[in-house]
Ligand binder design. Structure first.
Ligand code: SAH
Length: 205
């Protein structure tokens, strides 16, 4: 049913559909939401954040056109679900989260599932350590008012970035940027709703 619904909504990449089938989404949602894990909706997680709806995860992943050798950066680890999906389709995932609690839960969860090509770090996606280097693909899973120039500079030639761009509270547009020889090629895809990307590491209570 899960795969069928994704297909019906237009996801056609077999590898993406397989990854969506393979990763146990019920492990990434709150225990009380287990029964709803495969419904096509976003669900609440710790720290007032959300795990994105399956269609959006599959759609963004498909738009990234991942290949096995790729090294991928994700901004906004949240539950770790999107990182888990990415990890089935490329060689290495670096994912950054500004809440320590979420980073620690996701790290432990992903390790337990044996997804050993994912590194979870506590940090700020607006201020990525220089040592992290450059990436074939970058996926932002929190809403940015604009895409920082410094983030685009982290794309390798031919690289693709996908991010929800727009006002923090309201509707954003999923934007796909491809780094070409001539510069950056920008395309607007669909409307989405994400929690905001906020600067700095979160001060937790
Ligand atoms: N990809 C996640 C869902 C992300 S929700 C999943 O699959 O579950 C967005 C996440 O981005 C939240 O956890 C939020 O804390 C985080 N976030 C927001 N701004 C950030 C920033 N500047 N750097 C890193 N993470 C950020």
């Amino acid at each position: 049913m899960f795969q069928l619904n994704l297909r019906r909504r237009g996801i056609s990449d077999q590898a993406v559909l397989r990854a969506m089938e393979e990763v146990p989404r019920e492990i990434f949602v709150e225990p009380a939401d287990r029964a709803d894990a495969y419904r096509d909706s976003a669900l609440g997680i710790a720290c007032g954040q959300t795990i994105s709806q399956p269609f959006v995860v599959a759609y963004m992943t498909e738009q990234l056109q991942l290949q096995m050798p790729h090294r991928v950066l994700e901004i906004g680890t949240g539950s770790g679900y999107q990182a888990a999906i990415l990890s089935r389709l490329c060689s290495q995932v670096l994912t950054i989260e500004r809440y320590r609690t979420l980073a620690e839960i996701a790290r432990a969860r992903l390790a337990k599932l044996g997804y050993d090509n994912i590194e979870v770090i506590l940090g700020d996606g607006y201020d990525i350590p220089a040592a992290a280097g450059t990436f074939d693909r970058i996926i932002v899973t929190a809403a940015m008012e604009q895409i920082p120039e410094a983030l685009l500079e982290r794309l390798k030639p031919g690289g693709i970035l996908i991010a929800p761009v727009g006002p923090h509270h309201g509707t954003q547009t999923l934007v796909r940027v491809t780094r070409t020889d001539a510069g950056f090629d920008r395309r607007e895809l669909v409307d989405v709703r994400f929690v905001p990307a906020l600067p700095g590491i979160a001060r937790e209570l």
